[in-house]
Design a protein around this ligand. Structure first.
Ligand code: NAP
Length: 509
């Protein structure tokens, strides 16, 4: 079992005691006492107090500044404190590889049975090659480590693969972590690759190294205790990615249906490199968002025809029998089915002819979402008009669809017929610019239904004004839930737990 270790980086003994208690209440298995963070540290008084009152096993670390820590003094004082920690019963002590032999020569051979020495190496600049990492593991073992610890920095998410490779081949217990947001998967997938422990911080401010998730995120979002070597890996490939609610949504739903998978935020710079690196059959599927949706079309072996015409893939599935990547676009399914259900008295389920057939749909926006809604509407037999801030993009998209293009300003008077549908697929009105709207309120009466792809806030200015004008509305949350349901079903081969998804989307979007 991979342990969850809470780094305790308080500056006073009192606060360290409180943090240890908090770590226990949050579900950590051990705490790392970072003695180098303490102001006015008095080893003879503080160590017995901290160690004898520990509510969890402790790892004692006294990191010098030459290895990225806070301690600026000499090694003999540091070694003496670490020796005291061992004598007082600390379960683990961490010593840096550079001084490991020197330190080990000062401690007795007959250490307590439950004591383990971690010998660590930190690289805050980059992740070395696989050969260099293997060599490092060998040197750490030769130095006398009970547990090997290597922490490096991810410049690119693909750097993490080298750490995983070294971890699975290591015969000794190993902690392998890759720092920074691009290395997050190394921390969450530690159980899959046999990591001895991972660090989970107490809260957002209390990290001891960049990229640590909180204990609550590890346990409640990523279902860390359920991750094993067999766990399937999924995730959202995007940049930026940390604002996404998809990890919460998919992981909670995986847990609810008993699917052995974990869904990660995957901060990715180069989609092709990512897909060429993470080739294992265990990496079964990915969501794909900005800026990779268009590149994804080229990187898939097979692309669903509608995704091909949209020119964007937001879902990649690895076919289990031949490993080929198949690309889909669930944004179009999500938006179109939400609009269909929103058209009064209709349901997209089971009807042979779509309620969109023959309707005039005005799509505002010519980006990824705009294309998904426009091609989806055309697929269902609607006539499509595209309006966009950059008029040339509206013209290009309209040509591809066989429709007309408008300038945004023309929306104020555009009213060729009754019963039109308006779909906003721009970011106008999205948090934090919640006052934005693509069309004057007075023009909304020309429409039967207004859909907004924006889901933060749930009720945008556009939707509010449409409701005030007596027009039916469909929220972006509907699209979000439905595109996620489409992904979930492709990821797991199971029915999506729709009501749970709605509940989570309402809570977190
Ligand atoms: P995108 O590819 O970057 O396209 C952005 C679109 O918004 C372009 O048409 C752009 O016009 C327009 N735009 C941006 N700022 C504008 C402004 N100040 N005034 C007028 N137009 C502006 O983004 P996307 O992926 O299509 O996403 C668009 C929106 O849909 C976002 O709010 C996103 O959150 C939402 N979305 C929702 C879901 C869901 O599940 N509900 C799914 C996907 C997207 P130009 O061409 O002139 O730049």
């Amino acid at each position: 079992m991979t342990l969850v270790c809470a780094p305790v980086v308080a500056t006073s003994v009192e606060e360290m005691e409180q943090d240890m208690a908090k770590a226990k209440s949050l579900g950590a298995d051990l705490v790392e006492l970072r003695l180098d963070f303490l102001h006015h540290f008095q080893p003879d008084i503080d160590l017995p107090r901290l160690i004898s009152n520990r509510p969890l096993p402790v790892l004692v670390t006294f990191r010098p500044n030459w290895e990225g820590g806070q301690y600026q003094g000499d090694d003999s004082t540091r070694f003496s404190a670490l020796r005291s920690a061992i004598e007082l019963g600390a379960e683990y002590v961490d010593i840096e590889l550079k001084v490991a032999e020197k330190f080990i020569s000062t401690i007795p051979d007959n250490r307590p049975d439950n004591f383990k020495l971690i010998v660590s190496s930190h690289n805050y600049e980059f992740t070395p090659s696989s050969d260099e990492l293997s060599d490092l593991v060998a040197r750490i073992q030769a130095a006398g480590a009970d547990i090997v610890k290597i922490a490096t920095k991810a410049i690119d998410i693909c750097d993490v693969a080298r750490m995983f490779q070294v971890m699975v081949h290591c015969h000794a217990p190993i902690i392998g972590l890759v720092m920074s947001e691009r290395g997050l998967m190394s921390r969450i997938l530690a159980p899959k690759y046999g990591g001895y422990l991972t660090f989970g911080k107490l809260d957002a401010e209390k990290e001891s190294a960049p990229g640590q998730p909180t204990i609550t995120e590890l346990l409640d979002i990523y279902n860390f205790r359920q991750i094993t070597a067999d766990t399937k890996v999924l995730g959202l490939i995007a940049n930026p990615v940390k604002q996404s609610k998809s990890p919460i949504l998919h992981n909670k739903c995986f847990k609810a249906v008993g699917f052995n998978g974990v869904y990660l935020p995957l901060l990715t710079d180069d989609l092709g490199k990512f897909l060429d690196t993470y080739l294992s059959p265990d990496y079964v599927g990915f969501s794909c968002s900005l800026p990779h949706k268009v590149t994804a079309v080229r990187r898939c072996n097979i692309v669903h025809p509608v995704a091909l015409s949209i020119g964007a893939v937001n879902t990649l599935i690895r076919r289990p029998y031949d490993g080929k990547l198949v690309g889909f676009n669930t944004d179009y399914i999500g938006s179109i089915s939400a609009i269909e259900d929103g058209i009064k008295g209709s349901s997209s389920k089971g009807d042979a002819v779509s309620p969109l057939a023959g309707r005039l749909v005005v799509v505002v926006g010519a980006g990824g979402a705009g294309k998904a809604v426009a091609f989806g509407a055309r697929e269902k037999g609607a006539r499509v008009v595209v309006a966009n801030r950059t008029y040339e993009r509206a013209v290009t998209l309209a040509k591809e669809l066989g429709g007309h293009a408008l300038r945004l300003a023309e929306l104020a008077t555009f009213h060729p017929e009754e019963g039109m549908i308006l779909a906003n697929a721009t970011s106008l009105g999205m948090y934090p610019n919640v006052d934005g709207t693509p069309i004057p309120k007075e023009a909304l009466r020309f429409y039967n239904l207004v859909f907004d792809a924006v889901y933060a806030p749930k009720v945008t200015r556009l939707l509010r004004e449409a409701q005030e004008s007596g027009v039916s509305t469909v929220s972006g949350v509907e699209m979000f839930v439905r595109q996620a349901m489409g992904q979930f079903e492709r990821f797991t081969g199971m029915d999506a737990p729709e009501s749970l998804m709605r509940e989570i989307a309402m809570k977190y979007t």
